[in-house]
Design a protein around this ligand. Structure first.
Ligand SMILES: O=C(NCc1ccc(CNCc2ncc[nH]2)cc1)c1csc2nc[nH]c(=O)c12
Length: 246
């Protein structure tokens, strides 16, 4: 998969290719990442990429031309046609289904804005989709672009070794994760649930599923709203709730 990012801070975005799953995906050639800086596409002495908003108001707006030229070069860099995504507070809220859809594409161009945003004519001329990563205010689109890159990279074939749990990722199953434990077996008087020490795999799987269902019901009931639990899961959840009451 190829991802091109149009950003004023390529050094920030390129951090994803330096470590972890994303770094390995780039190293293995599974993910091809390139950054394009609009400032390299300015023609004035001050390399101006922003200007004051028509209609007045606080802050600055990113100019069309430098962005347009950067996107043009990004598009030309590969023959594969890209989906052009503007990371924006006005975008649809990203979730795992959206990530899976983006990760299945051969190519993305992600536009990361700064200042108050980008000139609307650029959105009209170049942008296919707008995506937000949540209802909170960031200083720019780069971290959002890096979130998309990370979430997509994990889903690319070969990006995760078998030891990784991408497939069981709670957001893949639509449930929150169960609690996890590792050595020491007792820490400050706190032990590990006996079932996990017994090596009885069916029992362990049952316990983990029950915890996932129970925690989802307790912390994120919205994730259960659109979900019909089968009989086995309903029984596990009832058991979890009964144990809470005890
Ligand atoms: O570029 C991003 N943010 C920079 C940014 C933040 C705030 C404003 C100012 N908005 C004024 C306003 N809001 C409502 C009415 N008027 C403009 C730009 C961004 C990209 S994806 C994403 N996902 C989650 N959060 C984010 O901030 C982002």
């Amino acid at each position: 998969m190829r991802i091109d990012v149009v950003t004023l801070f390529p050094d920030l975005v390129n951090c994803v290719s330096g470590c972890g799953v994303t770094g390995r995906a780039v190293e293995r050639g599974i993910l091809d990442l390139h950054c394009w800086n609009p400032r390299d596409y300015t023609e004035d002495r001050h390399r101006t990429v922003d200007d004051r908003p028509y209609g007045g108001g606080p802050g600055m707006v990113m100019k069309v031309e430098p962005l347009r030229r950067a996107i043009h070069d990004a598009r030309q860099a590969d023959t594969v046609p890209p989906l052009v995504v503007y990371m924006s507070p006005q975008g649809r809220r990203l979730d795992q289904d959206a990530v899976q859809r983006l990760a299945d594409l051969p190519r993305l161009i992600l536009i990361a804005g700064r200042y108050e945003g980008i000139d609307e004519r650029l959105v009209e001329l170049e942008v296919d989709e707008e995506w937000s990563i949540g209802d909170y205010v960031l200083s720019g689109g780069e971290l959002a672009a890096m979130v998309v890159i990370d979430a997509c990279a994990r889903l690319l074939p070969g990006a995760l070794g078998d030891e990784d749990s991408a497939q069981q990722d709670s957001f893949m199953t639509g449930l929150l994760d169960c609690p996890h434990y590792t050595r020491p077996e007792v820490y400050e008087g706190r032990g590990v649930p006996q079932v996990l020490l017994g090596g009885h795999h069916a029992e362990i799987e049952r316990w983990r599923r029950k915890q996932a269902l129970g925690r989802t019901w307790q912390r994120r009931p919205d994730l259960l709203e659109h979900r019909v639990l089968d009989e086995a899961d309903q029984r596990l959840l009832d058991e979890y709730r009964r144990e809470l009451a005890d």
